[in-house]
Write a new protein. Sequence first.
Length: 337
Amino acid sequence: MKKRLNVNIFICILIAFFFSHTVLADDAVNFSAKALLPKNQKATGKSYFDLEMKPQQQQTIEIMAYNSSSESMNIKLEFNTAFTGVNGLIDYTDNNYRDESMFIAISDIVKLKTDVVTIPAKSSAAVPLTIKMPSDTYDGILLGGIRITQIDSIVEESKNITLNNKYAYVIGVKLSETDAIVRPKLHLKYAKPMLINGHTGIAVNIQNDQAMDAQDLKITTKVYSTGSQIPIREVEKEGVCLAPNSNFDFPIEWQDKEIKPGKYGVHVTAENSDLHFDEEIAFEVKGDEASQINEDAVVIARHMPAWLVTLLKAFLLVCVLAVGFFIGYYKKSFDKG
């Protein structure tokens, strides 16, 4: 049975090497794709699009998709704006993503002319994309990706098309107009209780509101009860990548314990060689929120109150003494009999 591999696992590596040509499949993959780089390509020797553009410029770019199998193949294409996934990696799987800080989403100006292509056996097909730049000049980068997925079948029923995904490639597209230096800038938007893969936890939302990605961040979070200096939870994660103009919920697992109502604070630091971020945000967990999350969690390690533990120990001791008394009593009665 052929493996299905998640694109997200490789996305941050893809960005770290600035969109190195990456296949996400097993050894049996029989299709590939590459960018046909135009003259306005900035990064030479790369396999992703890094284009120098001008306001209102219109351009058609192409990728070439190859089918090395002995049968014709269908591929599905999407162009998506880069965003930051919950795992702290740059992702390209959501074509509806919009962050409030975006000047414009790259998916609004880069369009595919078709979203399904059939490639004959042992052949290739060129797939065009059109770029129409906005009229206003911008600094920084617009970042997106062409996601190319092999599909097993296309079943058309009236106007509905059923697509069964098989393999996927991502080819990056980065657009810039100026050489102005833009650095990522982080903010904390909110913190709240949530379920993390069915387990209790806290999410602190981290936003990068600049048109530049943040690479290889080490993020440390500490959660405190209000008025306390002792952290309840501390989570550290390295290698976090934030897409330009994006936000994501950084997960703080609660070790399968109940979340208690109350007022809390989260202290967050994020740093790499160029960036140092240090900020704190307060939040409150209300009783109904805590109850709902604890009830919905797949596992809760509930701890009994100390008074209940003492009561149970006393009850157990009384039971042992009672059993001993009755054994002694009946033994004496038996001996006399």
